[in-house]
Design a protein around this ligand. Sequence first.
Ligand SMILES: *Cc1c(COP(=O)(O)O)cnc(C)c1O
Length: 346
Amino acid sequence: MKIIDMRSDTITLPTEEMRQAICEAEVGDDVFGEDPTVNRLEELAAQMMGKEAALFTPSGTMSNLIAVLTHTRPGDEILLGSEAHMLWYEVGSASALGGVVMRTIPNDQDGRMDPGTVEEAIRPKNIHFPQTTLLCLENTHNRCGGAVLTPDYTSAIAGLAHQHGLSVHLDGARIFNAAVALSVPASELARSADSVCFCVSKGLSAPVGSLLCGSQEFVEKARKWRKMVGGGMRQAGIIAAAGIVALQKMVSRLAEDHANARRLAYGLAQVPGITIHPEKFQTNIVMFESPSFILGSEFTQRVATQGVKLLPRGGRKVRAVTHRMVGAADIDEALECIELVVKELG
Ligand SMILES: *Cc1c(COP(=O)(O)O)cnc(C)c1O
């Protein structure tokens, strides 16, 4: 049976060009700073994010942890959205390994936090209080359906944090999806953040890796933290080579994934029983609710038996992510299959 897998864009396999680049990669020991391919990827990433330097890490999760370790000290408090990936899906690492208190600010449906609420949450000087030292943003916003933060919003909220002496970290795992959706360079979305990380292993289709970017000084400290958490890799040019292809060749095609996500969202809106606001989805993540009589987890099991894989998100919520390995025809096929399952269930 043919499988249409829309659980995540992380399932994308490397392209032929990536495999070729991996084959031919010039490598060295990156812990000594001697892997020319890793160095090239880090320079390219820094340049695309408009930052002085970058650090190659094995995952977005490690990049976010290293950002916390670099920006804060144990006992500090960090502010992040109530729907943040760093809060939900990173095993509590900021608290467990960074020793910081995670204080959440409600995320609205578009992945934003209210500036007034953020300002109120910043601790004044008081012997009893932990010190608030970091604000974390997320663009695109995973749990908020791939919502995009604009440059204006980002600079306003970051400006506020800076006024109060906080640093700003942007979890930009899918920042290139935001950049393509808004037709702005990614560097503009990252400009007001002190650090930004993004993944090459999601829609950009590289097999492994993430880049954490910031000032020279920030990255120098982050490099030491990366070593401490075991992320110092040796001939990492083998995987970095694919990351270079990802950045040079795979960014603009994300527009196709966005078009397919819209195709899917508007198609789902035509299926009786499914709840969705199709106009909401700007990038490659689509969220909807299964019919009222069935849980999302049961619903995804049923459609999986027909070859369509989706991700349950608690309650009736279901997530679908479009990516390079799912074309417009596959979307139509998936829609037919979902419609059939709903009919059978009803
Ligand atoms: C995927 C993701 C991460 C983590 O990336 P991994 O490489 O899977 O560890 C972090 N933040 C956001 C918003 C993500 O979507």
